[in-house]
Design a binder for this molecule. Sequence first.
Ligand code: FAD
Length: 312
Amino acid sequence: TNKIQKALDNEQKFFSFEYFPPKTDQGVVNLYERIERMTRLNPLFAAVTWGAGGATAERTLEICSLCQGIYGLESLMHLTCTNMDQAMIDSALKSAKDSGIQNILALRGDAPHGDEFWTPTDNKFVHAVDLVRYIRQQYGDYFCIGVAGYPEGHTENPDKDQDFKYLQEKVDAGADFIITQLFYDVPKFLEWYRKCRGEGGIDVPIIPGIMPIQNYQSFRRLTFLTKVEVPGSLLESLDPIKSDDKAVKDFGVEYAVKMIREIFDSGIDGVHITTLNLESTARRVLLELGLSDSSISRPQVVLDKGSGLLSS
Ligand code: FAD
């Protein structure tokens, strides 16, 4: 089998990349070129996000199946369950299987328009755990299933212990690994990680989610939305350079490298890098860490509209 799970058992240092489906055909073509170049850095897998309500369903599937089938790169398809009907979930899972995709990140999802309050489309799917159970029930062990974990707690649940129990519940329901929400405070993440491994009894792989800072405004917006802790020293370093885009990018690379070193030093093998579909920061981070292995050859693929892999 081609599952991420198998590779995770290797205990070698690794990284993975996350992409989102672009809105336009040209954007998709550009992304494919980037993915091809970045695949030569040798990520363990490529994850592709799922737009709220299934808005990106076709493109998410297409990008995953291209990675899997053409680049020979394990792909992880994100799938949300609460803001779309069951027929769409069934169809997404079937298409994934038909395309050879064997890894799903099972998520609840948020309200499509960022509304604070929402009602699930289908009462059968209210939380991510419902999707984990459903996939196991429908497909047995065919899929390797990942779930989201929140080292600093999920924004909607002020009760962190309860939130933690829900993570355990997702693992008990059959999740094979966890990818975490982004964070910038490594000691805080490590404390949570040790809790998972210790009293939490969570023994599946936990992959820390790293989003290198590439732009000051979007960093502030995102940390505000996710309510993740921004260490004072990080803000102090950023403040004097915040209007200098290049300086922010350089700093973002250094900070991500420092975070990942601390994470590796504490015995964790891999990190999941959110690329925002951009190449240079991720590449620089990996080169500085000495993690990209350019000696590994990957098939070079020329894509054109005739390949049937691009949306027409
Ligand atoms: P859940 O695990 O269901 O948790 C949601 C909330 O419900 C939490 O507050 C939790 O404490 C509570 N809860 C959980 N289980 C129960 C239960 N049994 N009973 C009562 N309460 C419960 N969104 C997208 O739209 N597309 C993506 O591609 C995407 N990718 C993501 C990738 C990662 C790594 C992460 C961390 C998030 C991603 N998200 C994505 C965002 C995600 O959809 C939201 O964070 C969403 O609000 C929660 O999803 P979840 O799967 O963690 O939900």
